[in-house]
Design a protein around this ligand. Structure first.
Ligand SMILES: [Zn+2]
Length: 463
């Protein structure tokens, strides 16, 4: 697939310039506030260095090409972790080390889904992460299609012994993902033998999306898989015509004993207040079907790149900047929990935490959660990023890996915000580096580097 169409801010600006007479709107003219002005020089150097090479993209490409996917428990992930440690040392980062984390070890195995009747045909599918498998011969059953939990409950007398398909079109991730997460237990408790969910993502090219399910404790655990939007719609139409559909699902999925993994940490120690820390990062694990380049290799490389840029330009901020590549976000969240537990005593000295886990497409700015005073400061800093169109500060920031520490420590939380078609390739075999524009990851890295550098260096601590 070629690069996805992204409306580029500079293309939009060009349109505005070419329009005559000029449009009757106020173009906000944002001047850089006085306290931020001394950071113009560092901004120019960080941005110039980032945009003058494709180093971030090349590193991301190497990561995906060499190690492939990075599912928790896989040798791929552990090899990638060892590589990241060595590369961070080569970059000259300080205090580079790993912090051990025990992670769940789920393996997909072979899997298939087939229409047995009215006419036999295999369907593309992906088992859901953390699903149980089927018996070796698979499960065969009649299909029941529902469009909501309400329809499932209304059809409760027909669920027993059936394979239930949740055919819920994608609206947004938060709204639609609950059918993937909770659907298997909701149908399992009513006696279903397996669950299918319409892929949680916009309609692609008959692409199923994997992702974790979440069984309710003490209830029956039934196997579950995703089907593409196209196949979900087709199955719905066949059933709506009054035709009985029989399916066979085979999955070898299972858990092995918990495995050893680690968070990767690297730093630039602060020149005046090294005990105060600004943490940035992404999650280094991925699903097992693509190469995890967008989710979340890009977030890892772009945040790491921010430190590499500072180091290369000899910009050492007042406070410590720390990059963390968390493990096991996708099917356990153990890396983020372990970070909180291993840094409990230090969390009160965490000034701000930022996660990039929404892709490294064209950056538009950052989400921010914190005090109003903190928001005002961050908005001031963002004026430095107007030149790369990454100066917007959104209403909320955070991330799955920084969440446990933020909840405990109450520090400011930020996340990189981008414009791009993240959910089209999210958790699919199409999550590969070719979907990412080298200029976009360079600008994402620059935006993160400038924001992080100023937050770590500003005279007054952000709250
Ligand atoms: Zn992610």
């Amino acid at each position: 697939m070629p690069h996805m169409p992204i409306i580029r801010p500079f293309a939009f600006a060009l349109l505005v310039v070419l329009q005559y007479p000029p449009p009757a709107v106020d173009v906000p003219h944002r001047t850089v506030p006085q306290w931020v002005a001394p950071y113009r020089d560092a901004t120019g150097r960080l941005t110039g260095e980032a945009l003058s090479s494709d180093a971030a993209w090349q590193r991301l490409a190497y990561l995906g090409d060499t190690f492939g996917h990075r599912l928790s428990g896989s040798p791929n992930l552990e090899a990638a972790i060892r590589w990241a440690v060595e590369e961070m040392k080569r970059d000259g980062l300080e205090n580079v080390h790993t912090e051990p984390v025990k992670v769940p070890h789920w393996v997909r195995g072979r899997e298939s889904l087939e229409i047995l009747g009215p006419i036999p045909q295999p369907l593309v599918m992906l088992g859901l992460g953390n699903s149980v498998g089927t018996p070796p011969a698979g499960v065969e059953a009649e299909l029941l299609v529902v469009r909501s939990f309400e329809q499932l409950d209304a059809a409760r007398d027909q669920v027993k012994g059936r394979i239930v398909l949740f055919n819920v079109p994608f609206t947004n991730y938060g709204e639609t993902v609950r059918f993937r997460a909770m659907g298997p237990s909701r149908a399992g408790v009513l006696g279903a033998v397996a669950v299918l969910v319409r892929a949680v993502g916009p309609a692609g090219l008959r692409t199923p999306h994997t992702g974790a399910l979440s069984y309710v404790d003490g209830q029956p655990q039934i196997p579950a898989a995703a089907v593409s939007a196209e196949d979900a719609a087709r199955l719905q139409r066949i059933v709506d015509r009054g035709t009985t559909v029989r399916l066979q699902l085979k999955m070898e999925a299972k858990f092995l004993p918990d495995a050893d993994s680690a968070n990767v940490v690297g730093e630039i120690r602060g020149r005046e207040l090294p005990q105060e820390v600004v943490v940035i990062g992404g999650h280094f694990d991925s699903w097992d079907v693509g190469t995890g380049s967008t989710d979340d290799g890009g977030g890892c490389i772009a945040t790491w790149e921010a430190l590499r840029l500072m180091k290369k330009l000899n910009l050492r901020p007042r406070r410590t900047v720390r990059v963390v590549l968390w493990t096991n976000e996708e099917n356990g969240g153990r890396g983020g929990q372990a970070y909180r537990d291993q840094h409990l005593a230090e969390l009160s000295n965490h000034v701000m935490m930022m996660e990039s886990d929404g892709g490294v497409f064209a950056p538009t700015g950052f989400g921010f959660t914190g005090t109003e005073a903190g928001r005002a400061k961050v908005r001031d800093i963002a004026t430095l990023l107007a030149g790369i169109h990454a100066d917007n500060i959104g209403p909320s920031g955070g991330g799955a890996d920084i969440g446990p520490s933020i909840q405990h420590g109450g520090m400011a939380a930020m996340s990189l915000e981008v414009e791009g078609n993240y959910f089209l390739i999210h958790h699919t075999p199409a999550d590969t580096v070719d979907k990412i524009d080298p200029l976009d990851i360079a600008r994402s890295s620059a935006a993160i580097a400038v924001m992080t550098y100023v937050v770590a260096d500003m005279p007054e601590r952000i709250r």
